[in-house]
Design a protein around this ligand. Structure first.
Ligand code: 5AD
Ligand code: SF4
Length: 451
């Protein structure tokens, strides 16, 4: 079989990272092997994100570069494809404005990629932004090599319709994969060496597959041999039910870290965002979670400058962040997304005001993050080494609380053996974005492995 080169550039969330992996898996039987640069690729895919502004502009600017490569190529020309949420939302515009693009397809159709590639290789321009009746999950091959920490998509789409968000439009209605399918995939990942599984979904705690809710699913995955760590994201406060909170108390493999976006601390803005809860209700939920799992680390997303946001509303957001006490957060300036209710609301906030509020909020959130990391200094945590560092001998991993940790392996042999293992690390220094430490249990791990 001819070897062909596949270049995929991924923007956005973990769901897109997972999707890109699946695209590579689907194309593997056709002879496509992944490469890191587009220069001599045969198929170039931009897997795009539409969540915040300038997404389409960025895609067009990247497409310009790919076009130059295509034009300069002698002989058979590479295929250029746009996938993901910009493709879903603006597929027609892309097809019209960029005639050199061969394929445009949305997040629900990549199981049909082999067919689309055949058509495109035959000279057709392909656009596929349907929400097909059959699920792509029934047609996807197994992942080749998942690594020690694997993602597993269990739920997609969203029915919440927060007024700032494009997800209900780009990813469609909420859909949960059947639990047997998820558990089957988790077993395969464990069989291939994954120790940590992150269950993914746009609104993952709304999962409802057959009789299973997310807590049931976590309990089932925790039973699988080899799975030592489970995480899930992203959650909505309204779906943080007691069963799931109890899972944080009862299931040791469920890691003590939770990403629970609040977006704003002002009830008036939460209402305009259609979040369907108040600031007080959110704080009560995290209180309950902390009672169930006292050491849990929390993170959130915030949007500043949503239409109608006053200085007083912003002060309420600052107060909520202060009370909640986060380990790490993402914060954004509101950007109006075409087709969403927020984009046509009264009271657009000037950019300069958004900038000032974002700076103020980020100063607080970064201080909280630094404080959280500093509180780790001198302590020992089990760390799963799932990445290799940039310098020789350097390994990167994660604490149970999602902090990145790097260590220098004592020697080359240890380096090879520690990768993919969960090892006790004593934290020697803390930074805003991570930790550094020393391995405590290398002897034990080395002898276990070489036994
Ligand atoms: N503007 C700014 N931030 C947004 N997000 C989603 N839509 C918008 C928007 N229109 C943020 C939210 C969400 C995260 C993934 O992106 O905080 O939780
Ligand atoms: Fe978007 Fe999340 Fe709201 Fe759904 S719950 S509309 S994905 S922000």
């Amino acid at each position: 079989m001819d070897k062909k080169k596949l270049y995929i550039k991924t923007w956005g969330c973990q769901m897109n990272v997972y999707d890109s992996q699946k695209m590579a898996d689907v194309l593997f039987p056709l002879g496509y092997a992944p490469v890191d640069a587009p220069d001599d690729a045969d198929l170039m895919i931009l897997n795009t994100c539409h969540i915040r502004e300038k997404a389409t502009d960025k895609v067009f600017s990247d497409l310009g570069r790919l076009r130059e490569i295509k034009d300069a190529r002698a002989g058979s020309k590479p295929l250029i494809a746009v996938a993901g949420c910009v493709a879903q939302a603006e597929g027609d515009v892309i097809m019209k404005r960029a005639k050199f693009v061969d394929m445009v397809f949305g997040p629900q159709t990549y199981h049909l990629l082999p067919e689309m590639v055949l058509q495109a290789n035959g000279g057709a321009r392909v656009i596929n932004t349907d929400f097909p009746v059959e699920s792509k999950f029934d047609h996807l091959p197994e992942q080749a090599a998942p690594g020690p920490s694997a993602f597993l998509s269990v739920q997609e789409g969203c029915d919440k319709f927060c007024t700032f968000c494009v997800v209900p439009y780009t990813r469609g209605a909420e859909f949960s994969r059947p639990p047997e399918q998820v558990i089957g995939e988790a077993k395969r990942l464990a069989g291939q060496g994954a120790k940590e599984i992150t269950l993914l979904g746009q609104n993952v705690n709304a999962y409802h597959g057959g009789d299973y809710d997310l807590a049931d699913l976590i309990a089932a995955v925790a039973e699988i041999d080899g799975i030592e760590r489970i995480r899930y994201m992203t959650s909505h406060p309204r779906d943080m039910n007691d069963h799931l909170i109890e899972a944080h108390r009862d299931i040791p493999a469920l890691m003590p870290f939770l990403h629970l976006p609040v977006q704003s601390g002002s009830d008036r803005i939460l209402e305009r965002m259609n979040r369907k809860h108040t600031a007080e209700e959110y704080l009560a939920i995290i209180e309950k979670i902390r009672t169930a799992r006292p050491d849990i680390a929390l993170s959130s997303d915030f949007i500043v400058g949503f239409p109608g946001e006053t200085d007083e509303d912003h002060a309420a957001t600052m107060a909520l962040a202060e009370k909640a006490g986060y380990a790490s957060c993402y914060s954004f300036k509101y950007s109006p997304r075409p087709g969403t209710p927020g984009a046509v609301m009264d009271g657009m906030v000037p950019e300069a005001v958004k900038d000032k509020r974002l700076q103020e909020l980020q100063a607080l959130l970064f201080a909280q993050q630094t404080h959280f990391n500093e509180s780790a200094a001198g302590k020992t945590f089990p760390v799963l080494f799932d990445r290799k560092g940039q310098k020789p001998g350097q390994l990167l991993g994660k604490t149970p609380y999602m902090q990145s940790v790097y260590v220098n392996a004592p020697n080359e042999q240890a380096y090879a053996r520690l990768f993919g293992e969960i090892v006790d690390v004593k934290i020697s220094s803390a930074f805003q974005n991570g930790l550094a430490g020393e391995i405590v249990t290398s002897e034990a791990v080395l002898s276990k492995k070489s036994a």
